[in-house]
Design a protein around this ligand. Sequence first.
Ligand SMILES: Cc1cc2nc3c(=O)[nH]c(=O)nc-3n(C[C@H](O)[C@H](O)[C@H](O)COP(=O)(O)OP(=O)(O)OC[C@H]3O[C@@H](n4cnc5c(N)ncnc54)[C@H](O)[C@@H]3O)c2cc1C
Ligand SMILES: *[C@@H]1O[C@H](CO)[C@@H](O)[C@H](O)[C@H]1NC(C)=O
Ligand SMILES: *[C@@H]1O[C@H](CO)[C@@H](O)[C@H](O)[C@H]1NC(C)=O
Length: 385
Amino acid sequence: METVVVIVGAGPAGLATSVCLNQHSIPNVILEKEDIYASLWKKRAYDRLKLHLAKNFCQLPFMPHGPEVPTFMPKELFIDYLDAYVTRFNINPRYNRTVKFSTFNVSNNKWRVEAENTVTGETEVYWSEFLVVATGENGDPYIPGVDGIDTFPGEIVHSSLYKSGHDFTGKNVLVVGGGNSGMEISYDLNNYGAHTAVLIRTPRHVLTKEEVYLGMSLLKYLPVRVVDILVMMMTKARLFMHGDPSKYGLLQPKQGPFSTKFFTGRTPVIDVGTVKEIREGKIQVINGAIGSIEGKTLTFENGLKRDFDAIVFATGYKSSVCSWLKNYEYVMKDDGFPKKPMPEHWKGEKNLYCAGFSRKGIAGAAQDAISVAQDISSILATTRY
Ligand SMILES: Cc1cc2nc3c(=O)[nH]c(=O)nc-3n(C[C@H](O)[C@H](O)[C@H](O)COP(=O)(O)OP(=O)(O)OC[C@H]3O[C@@H](n4cnc5c(N)ncnc54)[C@H](O)[C@@H]3O)c2cc1C
Ligand SMILES: *[C@@H]1O[C@H](CO)[C@@H](O)[C@H](O)[C@H]1NC(C)=O
Ligand SMILES: *[C@@H]1O[C@H](CO)[C@@H](O)[C@H](O)[C@H]1NC(C)=O
């Protein structure tokens, strides 16, 4: 079939892009591999997840949250919001369509997108003038290679498939990764009575969600350097009240939290209560990485050896773009992230765009959607009339 714009992925970024294109009356089709939109939120997020960012940073174009919505929304409320968004703007993605291959055809200047219809098994071909990549920063779950991992007899699960600590009561569980998912899953496991250890390799800022909210609000008026100093004064005062946090394994980077975010994309950890449990010795921190695994026994880089019944890898994701987009170099680097720096990251060559890769969460996806639709609209205006 032929259309003007093909959007790959029906997460918040793809949905918002479709809505913005519709506002400009530009025909578009969304292809989504799952049988539902926002599959990350509906299928791949743990039960206790709350949005870490305040509601005004978690909304899509043309539909701000109402005053009755709490500042920090639980996952269910955000899903309700997305449901209402899809209904209100009547978005109809084509589900069960996994895009497997996509190239730019130089003889007709069109994108050829091949999607597998996972219900019928057939390959469908779509042609479009514009292609928008909206498959998300959290494409494929990433688990690092570890020596002897296949000898481990217990359960190994990636954070994307972790739902709750319910099945881990009384077990020795290692959570690998000290980012937001790892820290929150550790907290959840401990709540369910699992003997929990968290393996942290990289120093991270640990902030409260209120501190992040304050910082993000101040960034509108103050340079990042100044915001970092202000916010770090608050976190220092809070954390050091109980002694130096590095004593129990929480190492802090030298660079401030918002500069770290801008320059490395690494978000500060937003504490849901994990720090207190760590301080009280309920959750153990191990610094470094796993050296090797032999059966139940894990040997860490620092020489420590311990037995575990289960391992949760909260080691993040890899962008999946380069696996299906043959001409990714028009917009992406080899790692599947935009090659142009912000704020021009969303526009590639040959009418290729990406939405949702600015490492700025839902607010970033919403902004990309507006920019992409605006740009396509102006190109169509100059070429058609
Ligand atoms: C645990 C967790 C918590 C988070 N909390 C927050 C938060 O509080 N606030 C915030 O702003 N952000 C948060 N984020 C970031 C969040 O991922 C994004 O804000 C948002 O979901 C990004 O939307 P997206 O549309 O870019 O990507 P996604 O939501 O990942 O959507 C991409 C879609 O593309 C589909 N797809 C992928 N490959 C293909 C293919 N080849 N063919 C067809 N379809 C495909 C997927 O099935 C998926 O539905 C969180 C992320 C995680 C993992
Ligand atoms: C997608 O596939 C699922 C089963 O995998 C099926 O229940 C659903 O009806 C399909 N949806 C569409 C729109 O084809
Ligand atoms: C590219 O477009 C030309 C002209 O429309 C067509 O003949 C050719 O088959 C296309 N190539 C592919 C790989 O689809």
